[in-house]
Design a protein around this ligand. Sequence first.
Ligand code: SF4
Length: 263
Amino acid sequence: MRYDLETMIPAAKRARGQWWSDGVCAVAGCTRCSPSCDHCWYEGMTHRLFRAMGEPWRDVVDADGRWTGGVHYLPERMERAARARRPRAYSVWGDLFHEGLMVGDIAHAFATMAGAPEHLWFVLTKRAWRAAYLLTLYDPPLYACASPPANVVIGTTLDGHDTVDRLTNLRECAEAGWPTFASYTAVGPFDAEPEDLVGVRWLVVECESGPGRRVPRDAWLDRAVGMATEAGVPLLVKQWDEGGQVVHLPCKQCDDFPTFGDD
Ligand code: SF4
């Protein structure tokens, strides 16, 4: 099956730099592990959801809207997303490879995604070491297929912390047959070299937005674009700072939204 993001994501969303059509909250709760966690948007969204709905967000954020350390998997949300009729390009929210999740929970998520091949699923993690372990070394494998399903794209965040280690782990996933992508959140210089990007199918670049956001330097963007270009990795600049405003930046160096799956 071929997954064409140009057709799966509505034009209005693509115009804002959005690289998914729908989000699915697969995990409630998280803990900080990297510089870009300082202004975690998912924590803020969880706090709003908790105040509006209570369950299943109780116990994972406190009254001030900070993570409590509680983490649990939301299988019914994954199953509901899988049942959608129209093909979706899902961004799986929460860190599915968080240390607090049981292997059985992660296996359920992967079986659910593999069992819904009409949808494309982006799984973005900062715990790339655990993704590599569970997706390439763990026996039995976490997915109910003979080989990695083409509709599940494994990604990691780059933010100036453990960059090379995360890309090494991502490359291990790519070598095992998983489609991969990386997302650079510019809270520090882009510190990967072109050879570190081998195996990465797509690089998404963005600055922070929202209260207290850290303003990036244009040199960081120039370097990310340069490294991706040298490595031959398609690029999307989701959002960047321009004169104090966060804007989507349709840059000359950006390629079209890529396709995944079979040609
Ligand atoms: S890993 Fe992601 S969801 Fe978890 S605290 Fe960091 S930014 Fe938030």
